[in-house]
Design a protein. Sequence first.
Length: 121
Amino acid sequence: MGARQSTRPLDEHSRIEYVLGEPVLVLAGDLDVRSTGELRAAVHDHIRVCGTDRISPVLIDISAVGSVDATALKVIAAASRQAQRYGVRVVLRGAQPAVRRMLHLTRLIRLIELEREPIPA
């Protein structure tokens, strides 16, 4: 993984890390209604900056996200749908079981693409 370019806190539990050499937005902590404004800005900025080639997907790493509520998932889903209108794919990497469960409960799994994980041998 490349060197860290910058870190911006969303709230006391969440942060966004921009990593050089790898166009991945890294989210950590708990994403809920309190962090949706910053989350929305970060996701849209990341799509705008990294989605220009329209070949590679825009990756959002949520492996360090402990919990997420429906509001935060709706922000990501809305950004993903808007990006799709311009031919850009947004892919979530590293969704933990609790996050996957919430995606299914809210039925947002139909709107948010998850990165396929290799099956262990």
